[in-house]
Design a protein around this ligand. Structure first.
Ligand SMILES: C[S@@+](CC[C@H](N)C(=O)[O-])C[C@H]1O[C@@H](n2cnc3c(N)ncnc32)[C@H](O)[C@@H]1O
Length: 369
């Protein structure tokens, strides 16, 4: 039993490292795995299973260097032995960093976001249910904030993985998709179509590269049959979007993560949402048929009784901006129900200490008839 718990702690440490969690969070997990200090056993684990696993990927020398330095300080402080290999790795890392200074200057980093099965019982052979590989930016503002991974999309991903029956065999359309994590999850649970959109050109390019990295997008879809693309990535600016842009875009479910933050975009966002939620005769589909009884009890009744529906995960940073959204939505006859406490998605990211799930709200939005 104790061995299984130790194994789990080490697994969390490894996944946090691969997700490029802040070094302080990785060290917290390393200390936990060592029973209070970063023991030689844990140091070895970091070398072999964290840094070692990353070989072959575009290495982030600055990140590895910071982790190794922190390990040394931490071990010395607690009078633990620092194994020689840690110093050797640090030396190698500093050398590589100097030799590849242009690579390290780049703001792109690669994160492996691993979703752990919540029913993981320490016996199952593969506790990780899904890994999304994502190129992100170290600069929060790059790509109009879309090249960074935000907590709302982690929450929305956990919601999708917790209630796959709501999304499987459905056409899903996301607004402001950023790095595209939600698309990877929707594809994983078997959505029939996934359309990711963004109004920022550099974000869209990064999103397409991410879908390619996860084998979900084929470059140059004009040459290859469109249906080969499991996930479609589309330019869609809320200011410019017209009904015509949305013609032919199948969508049973509309999604969005952290897209309610700019008051000047709110009226455009609400207009696009209304267009997307409006039923058009040729694509009328019912969510009702495929929604299981169990889920319909948990998610609010409206979500399970048919018609188009939107799920938006959001962090309310500015109450005025959110009120502005709520008012514009009410004027457009959109109903907003906060379902955060009723659905409570399972925790698939227990190792991600930097992810504050409690800051995220989940909204269910429908068009009132
Ligand atoms: C805070 S980021 C969230 C990204 C991603 N959904 C996540 O949660 O990680 C906001 C996203 O909305 C997009 N966005 C902002 N304003 C937009 C607009 N007017 N039209 C289309 N996309 C927009 C940005 O480009 C960016 O990708």
């Amino acid at each position: 039993m104790a061995a299984a718990a130790d194994e789990q702690l080490l697994l969390h440490l490894k996944l946090a490292f691969l997700a490029l969690e802040p070094p302080a969070c990785v060290l917290t997990l390393a200390r936990k795995a060592g029973g209070g200090s970063v023991t030689p056993h844990v140091q070895n684990f970091i070398l072999e299973n964290c840094i070692g696993t990353n070989v072959g990927k575009s290495p982030n020398y600055a990140y590895v260097e910071t982790i190794l330095k922190k390990v040394i300080v931490e071990a010395e402080l607690s009078s633990d032995i620092v194994i020689d290999e840690i110093y050797e790795e640090l030396g190698q890392c500093m050398l590589s960093k100097t030799n590849n200074s242009s690579l390290d200057m780049a703001s792109k980093i690669y994160k492996d976001i691993s979703f752990l099965s919540p029913t993981y019982d320490n016996v199952s052979s593969n506790p990780v249910s899904l890994v999304a590989q994502l190129s992100c930016s170290t600069n929060m503002l790059e790509g109009d904030t879309g090249c960074c991974l935000w907590p709302s999309s982690l929450f929305l991903s956990e919601f999708i993985l917790s209630f796959p029956e709501l999304f499987s065999k459905k056409s899903c359309f996301e607004l402001g998709s950023g790095v595209g994590l939600v698309g990877v999850c929707l594809n994983y649970i078997g959505a029939s179509k996934v359309i990711l959109t963004d109004g920022d050109v550099s974000t869209l390019a990064n999103m397409k590269a991410n879908m390619e990295m996860n084998s979900l997008y084929i470059k140059d879809s004009q040459l290859v049959i469109e249906s080969n693309n499991k996930v479609e990535c589309k330019y869609l600016s809320w200011e410019e979007a017209s009904d015509k842009d949305l013609w032919g875009c199948q969508r049973d479910i509309v999604l969005g993560a952290d897209i309610i933050y700019n008051p000047s975009c709110v009226p455009h966002l609400v207009r696009v949402l209304s267009m997307l939620l409006r039923e058009d005769n040729e694509q009328r589909t019912s969510v009702k048929a495929a929604t299981s009884k169990e889920t319909s009890d948990e998610v609010s009744e409206k979500g399970a009784t048919g018609g188009r529906i939107a799920y938006m995960a959001t962090v309310i940073r500015n109450v005025d901006t959110f009120s502005c959204f709520a008012k514009a939505a009410a004027d457009a006859k959109l109903s907003i129900v906060n379902i955060t406490s009723t659905v409570a998605p399972s925790s698939f990211l227990p190792y991600m200490l930097s992810y504050d799930r409690s800051s995220v709200q989940l909204l269910e939005i429908t068009l009132l008839s």
